[in-house]
Design a protein around this ligand. Sequence first.
Ligand SMILES: Cc1cc2nc3c(=O)[nH]c(=O)nc-3n(C[C@H](O)[C@H](O)[C@H](O)COP(=O)(O)O)c2cc1C
Length: 355
Amino acid sequence: MSEPAQSDAFCLAPLRGVTVRTFRNLHALWFTPPDCAVAPFIPTFAGEKIKPLLLKDVDPELGQAVPVVPQVIGKDPAQLRTLLRAFKAMGYDCADLNAGCPYPFIVKKGRGAGLMRDETSFARMLEAGCEEMPHGFSVKVRLGIDRSDLLAARMALINSFPLREVTIHARTARQMYEGAVDLQAFTTALEACRHPVVYNGDLRTRADFLLLKMRLPQITRWMVGRAAAVDPFVFARLTSEMPPPRDPVRLKGFLDDYLAACEEELYGPVSVLGRMKELWSYLHQSLADGERIWKGVRVCRALHEYRRVVDAVFASFPGFVSDVALRGLHPDGNDSTCFLIEVPHEGCDDHHERP
Ligand SMILES: Cc1cc2nc3c(=O)[nH]c(=O)nc-3n(C[C@H](O)[C@H](O)[C@H](O)COP(=O)(O)O)c2cc1C
């Protein structure tokens, strides 16, 4: 008898400053939530004493509406163990290692994607992680640093540890978050990997999902990052042929709650404004006339100004852009199979809705 087909699982990506606990919890309250989330990275540090603030984002006692996996960035195995023990004390049996952060000052220090360059350091981190969290340790990587063949070269090493899963962002570190994802190099790495693989990179719309499913039929785990901030309705829209229309009233409710929660949680209006602007730097992309709206939000210098601008947006709501405008994977670039995808309901007809 053949195995039943595994259903697809969607994970919210770690985005530092964006997919923080308050965002994750309120997102789950107002929208269809993901199946799980990886929390933004927590850096390792010297010494044994952990500042509670460092762990606040993943503290289960503060409420985690979505099953969350804490993530660590660092290159010192002893320091990694200290953090993993703290996670275990909080009840976690899973954690993730960031081996994909592309920022040059991080990579230069051998952290993030820089770990992939130094095989010995990488091996020590994977070893420490798998010892501390047997069967619960995972790693998030890129295809490489300057070239997209480094990951394939590291696969024997990655395969030699009992990892829970490997998330692959289908770009090199040099690309940062721009330019085409490389599905060819992703497939090469996927075929060499003996662990469950999570796909990550530019998955934004149902059309992207169908394209990726066709290109990568073995994949059932998907990580969605920026799209969750651009279009908070994304998880319902990825999983359904006929998702309910996006509702501006829900979006406004979420934004109001998020602002209130940030005011409680952060110190001072500058931090609160910063957090809201960070979200709007993505969110505006899903709104018609988004650039003009973003300009209005970006220049706000006080919370009362911010409230006025956002209230005005929703008082005469401009509508949502169509899925065609939101797509992450484009038929130009190097991916000719995009042309083959027929997308029912693409650009579902909710962009003229008003509250
Ligand atoms: C602002 C920002 C912050 C990020 N923070 C993290 C992080 O803390 N840990 C991590 O592994 N990746 C981080 N990433 C990378 C994302 O998790 C994800 O790999 C990337 O956005 C690509 O996925 P997407 O195309 O679905 O957005 C970050 C990306 C951005 C844009």
